[in-house]
Design a protein around this ligand. Structure first.
Ligand SMILES: [Zn+2]
Length: 365
């Protein structure tokens, strides 16, 4: 089926986006080019484009349509093709829930950027287009916009809220955290329910799934977890807990607990964070053991190959290192660490966890 067929076939039969289904009397089929009935789980391959050979490019999607009425929740992974932790989260989510227990519908789009995934790279191999700057897309535009449009129109528009899983760009790593526009109450509810310690608050970049869906009335958060090209079991477990907590909060899994992470730092992305950048070229060595650094602490050193010149980069304020370089070479301007400020009380709580061994986050490992 071509994109054009998909668009014309499906518009009439599609349910209205953004929660209008709450007005209905009971669970309904989830419709794409076929239907998934209430009480049914279906694994779908949905065509979003074609290769050079004219073969279909298909995204793998699992739809779990619950026996009971409730919201439709999407989970997306690998919009950046080499970001794999979320792919594993979705494989487990799609396997773990029985439609008999679900009040609503789960839509797991396991791999959004299939060409990037096959090449194990962030962007679409065609002109390095960024799928996450291409939403909601257009049916008559470049490859990325067509793919984004096929995903958005067929699946995302039918949903009431969403979770989009990412990792750091290759060569860096990121602490487990959520990005969300906390000024939007529904987004804030979702972000809190996910239960990460750190939330970076702010609007998403234009054309990103989070931005476009949220603007369209489908509250969406981004989860950032660890490194590209890896499955990191500890982070994946936390991601699964986060999904379940969100489903509990929104009564998709009534009776399940909503988690609270123990401490939480909501960071105003505009004022409370900074990227520390290299001012010299050279070899980078991280100088901290846990990602809590105090004002004036050494964060890393940059030395030349002869060890005749060494520059120490220090924390300008007390904060958490939520992102760090992993590829240990830098040139001037190179991002080294993404630092978010924490107040004294949060720093004390994090320090307590570090001292007691509870704080497992070692983002540069
Ligand atoms: Zn990403």
């Amino acid at each position: 089926m071509t994109n054009e067929d998909t668009t014309t076939d499906e518009v009439d039969g599609r349910r209205a986006p953004g929660g209008d289904r709450n007005a209905t009397d009971g669970p309904e089929p989830f419709r794409y080019e076929a239907e998934v009935d209430p009480g049914e789980t279906r694994h779908v391959r949905h065509e979003v484009g074609e290769t050079y050979l004219g073969d279909p490019v298909e995204v793998p999607v699992t739809v779990i349509n619950g026996e009971h009425d409730g919201p439709t929740v999407f989970c997306t992974a690998a919009i950046h093709g080499d970001e794999l932790n979320g792919v594993k989260v979705l494989q487990e989510v799609a396997d773990r829930y029985d439609p008999a227990d679900i009040h609503g519908t789960l839509v797991c789009i396991h791999v959004c950027n299939v060409p990037g995934y096959l090449a194990q790279q962030r962007y679409l191999p065609i002109y390095d287009q960024d799928l996450n700057r291409s939403f909601p897309g257009k049916p008559r535009s470049n490859t990325a916009e067509r793919m984004a449009n096929a995903i958005y129109e067929t699946f995302i528009k039918q949903c009431d809220l969403g979770l989009d899983f990412h990792t750091s760009t290759r060569g860096r790593t990121t602490m487990y955290h959520v990005r969300a526009d906390m000024a939007n109450p529904e987004v804030a509810r979702l972000a809190r329910a996910f239960g990460s310690n750190v939330v970076l608050s702010g609007e998403a970049d234009g054309g990103s799934l989070r931005s476009v869906a949220t603007t369209a009335g489908i509250p969406t958060i981004t989860i950032e977890m660890g490194r590209a090209h890896r499955f990191q079991p500890e982070l994946i477990e936390r991601g699964l807990d986060g999904v379940e907590s969100v489903l509990a909060e929104h009564d998709v899994l009534p009776g399940k607990p909503v988690i609270y992470p123990g401490w939480r730092r909501i960071v105003d992305a505009a004022t409370d964070k900074t990227w520390l950048r290299a001012d010299t070229g050279g070899l980078v060595e991280m100088a901290y053991d846990a990602p809590l650094v105090y004002e004036g602490d050494a964060v890393c050193t940059i030395s030349d190959h002869f060890k005749t010149r060494e520059r120490t980069v220090r924390a300008p304020f007390t904060g958490l290192v939520v992102g760090a370089l992993q590829n240990p070479v830098a040139s001037p301007g190179h991002p080294l660490c993404h630092l978010v400020s924490v107040d004294e009380a949060t720093a004390a709580e994090v320090q307590r966890e570090i001292d007691s061994g509870e704080f497992s986050e070692r983002p540069w490992v």
